[in-house]
Write a protein that binds this ligand. Structure first.
Ligand code: PRT
Ligand code: ZN
Length: 287
């Protein structure tokens, strides 16, 4: 019987490529000979990897040429293919926004009425305009959208923004966001059985990697008379680990802290008498 493999489509080169390969690696999936290949496989996980243009990934996954794929939500929703999102991946973050010349005034969507909008996302722009009952002329262009107003091709652009410096350099300002986007794992609808088990295995590993990134391992020394206050500040995975130090009257406390509350907790721990605080990144976290 042929061995079941799961086929994943990722971007061949570009902004999502490195993070996609890194995520697979962090999930313990080593890829053979990645450079300049259209397709490769893993030696230690039943997976084949196709390297494609990001725009083609939703179609390949819908057709079942690939079982799963990693793509930006911006591309996924623009292509509007029949696939589902399995997991948000936390990288490739950006937003799709309208931008206008920086000297123009903007009071709301009605200011866009009757204007010419240059974009690589005609489907999403059209949908947004119709939701807002606004009518404008859409000019689809495939790249360098931000130069369109400067050369008289359009009045407005709708393009991806991350730092905002591209807009700034082209004399534009962001006025309204229509989509917040990040890379997502998508899947074809129609597989199950062994292949679904492989997908679940991958998702389990992705979650362990994601959780680890949001948490830090913390070690600290505490005088025993302050132990109670310090432990109250620390959640741990169940509860903190407390070990006696060689020096009498002192203990070592180990715990896991979420990065959202990290700095605030560190300050409180110091105030409560903690010393020698060490913070260590966690590689994987399975609860
Ligand atoms: O060749 P292929 O078709 O695969 O790649 P591509 O050129 O279409 O895409 P690529 O590699 O540029 O981007 C892949 C994905 O990365 C996008 O679909 C988004 O999901 C995500 N992403 C995240 C971004 C950005 N951030 C981003 N800033 N994609 C593009 N940009 C561009 C934007 O278009 C604009 O030109 O960066 C510029 C703005 O950046 P700031 O930082 O100046 O605001
Ligand atoms: Zn593309």
């Amino acid at each position: 019987m042929e061995k079941t493999v799961i086929r994943i489509a990722i971007q061949k080169s570009g902004r999502l490529y490195e993070d996609s390969v890194k995520l697979l690696k962090e999930c313990g999936i080593d890829l053979r000979n990645v450079k300049d290949r259209l397709k490769t496989e893993s030696d230690n996980f039943p997976m084949e990897v196709f390297f494609l243009r990001d725009d083609d990934i939703p179609q390949y996954v819908e057709d079942g040429v690939a079982d799963i794929g990693i793509v930006g939500e911006n591309v996924l929703y623009e292509k509007n293919k029949d696939v589902s999102v399995v997991e948000k991946l936390g990288f490739g973050k950006c937003r799709l926004s309208f931008a206008i010349p920086k000297t123009d005034e903007y009071t709301g969507m009605h200011d866009l009425a009757g204007k010419r909008i240059a974009t690589s996302y005609p489907f999403l722009v059209k949908k947004y305009l119709s939701e807002k009952n606004a009518v404008a002329e859409i000019h689809e262009i495939s790249g360098s959208v931000e130069i369109a107003p400067g050369i008289g091709l359009s009045d407005i652009v709708c393009d991806l923004v991350s730092s905002g410096s591209t807009l700034l350099m082209n004399g534009l300002k962001e006025v309204e966001t229509i989509l917040h986007s990040q890379a997502v794992l998508i899947r074809n609808h129609s597989f199950n059985g062994e292949k679904l088990k492989l997908l679940n295995k991958l998702v389990f590993r992705i979650n362990a990697v994601k959780k680890a990134k949001h948490n830090k391992y913390i070690l600290l020394n505490a005088p025993n008379d302050k132990l109670e206050d310090i432990i109250a500040l620390l959640p741990g995975m169940k509860s903190p680990t407390v070990l006696p130090l060689a020096e009498t009257g002192w203990s070592s406390v180990h715990s896991v802290l979420n990065e959202d509350v990290f700095w605030e907790k560190i300050e409180k721990l110091k105030e409560a008498g903690a010393q020698g605080i060490l913070v260590i990144p966690i590689e994987k976290m399975v609860i």
